[in-house]
Design a protein around this ligand. Sequence first.
Ligand code: NAD
Length: 493
Amino acid sequence: MSATCQNLIGGALIDAASNQFTPVYNPSRGEIIAQAPESGIEGVEQAVRAAQGALPAWAETPVVERARVMLRFANLLEENFEALARLITREHGKTIDEARGDVRRGIEMVEMACGAPSILMGQTLDNIARGIDGKVERHPVGVCAGITPFNFPAMVPLWMFPIAIVCGNTFILKPSPKVPLTPLRLGELLSKAGLPDGVFNIVHGGAGTVDALLKHPEVAAISFVGSTPVAKYIYETGTARGKRVQAAGGAKNFMLIMPDADYDAATSQITGAAFGCSGQRCMAGSVALAVGKAADPMIERLKHAAGSMRVGPTDEGASSDMGPVIDPAALDRIESYIKLGLQEGATLTTDGRDIDPTEPSNGFFVGPTIFDRVTDGMRIACEEIFGPVLSVMRMEDLDSAIAEANRSPYGNGAVIFTRDGGAARAFARHVNCGMIGINVGVPAPMAVFPFTGWNQSFFGDLHIQGNEGFQFYTRNKVTLSRWNDPGKRVLGW
Ligand code: NAD
């Protein structure tokens, strides 16, 4: 029997009252290593009570003290950096280098949280009317909840709770039930950093537990990252109940290669974007738009690069270039998209179903896959596959390639490879999405910038990360005060 994950409530690890569980795999081996309970209404009620109980004292704690907890947390994350990366590799399957990136990007969010005393400073304007001074200051919003996907077990939770907490809120994390172990370890480290009990809580579960959070009247704000249908549902249900919601969804990201591009550099960037993390990234590059004479040389190079990637287990020090996908259902979905591409008439130039893993294992493997001659309207060119499948479309010119990218309902990232500044500028200005790469394959912004998904990739007004993150977790209060000067002085004149 595999270990059942406990909830973290009010500083204590406690069992959820549940008879429903999600298996947690080691995807490199196909073995179940733990299970996550469905905590439901009861688990959420316990977590909200703990978060509410801790709120008044935490909101009153001076921001410099709150930031100091984050500083200690950042140090503990550094001390535990390798162990965290190994844990991610074990429960998620990404390579150790990719797992290190997951932790590093998360730590950058905690470092940003340490700057809260400056970032949260308000504004004042004295004598805004005769004898009246005005100031605006930022207050916490209350109990916040975060609902996270499986693909970044450390980074995505860390996108949310360090900023929420340093702003004086208390927090309930509902991590993906597919990767609950890393978030639990983050919770332990946060307690060790001196965070008071109840400020950060974890409840495990899936849709039932999310619904309990969405309906709870004491949850003031919800941050969500996951697929588009769920993001839309969370946004609509949460805002209808008066909650603040930021909900980041899925994506289909286009990479445009101009005939004048550096083909070798573009190949390396596109290979990383399409096949890194086995294609399980919301910023994964999944469609290459090869303009004019770029198509043949790029296909040759991409085939060669994909063919030389070693796919296999990533745990226990294994040195594969690409790991498994998260679970058997993901493997089925990706393989069914490969069959669909063939039915739709695209040319399969590299078939990831043929791979021979680097060592024998029951892991969930599908290798890099490339379709050439993908045409407008094919489902493999429009739908998020969330696996290592790259579609190549041959385009006549820059305008038709931009128009193709703009047909997507999503709006996370788009990338151009070119040596022509004018083409890069036109692309960046006219492509209809929120994160642009110019000779950069995965233009995922660092912590200080907002993660600016557009269209069906984001629902809400304030994005995760950067200053928008701080705005999301605070509300402004304006105070006007009138103090009449008894002496009727006119100072300084
Ligand atoms: P998912 O939508 O299946 O799950 C995300 C979270 O929602 C999980 O915590 C899950 O338990 C919960 N959930 C699932 N179904 C639900 C339902 N019906 N009602 C309420 N809650 C539900 O996503 P996933 O498979 O874990 O992650 C992959 C998706 O996340 C991809 O679409 C990817 O593009 C997206 N993603 C987006 C970003 C971004 O910043 N835009 C970042 C990472 C991942």
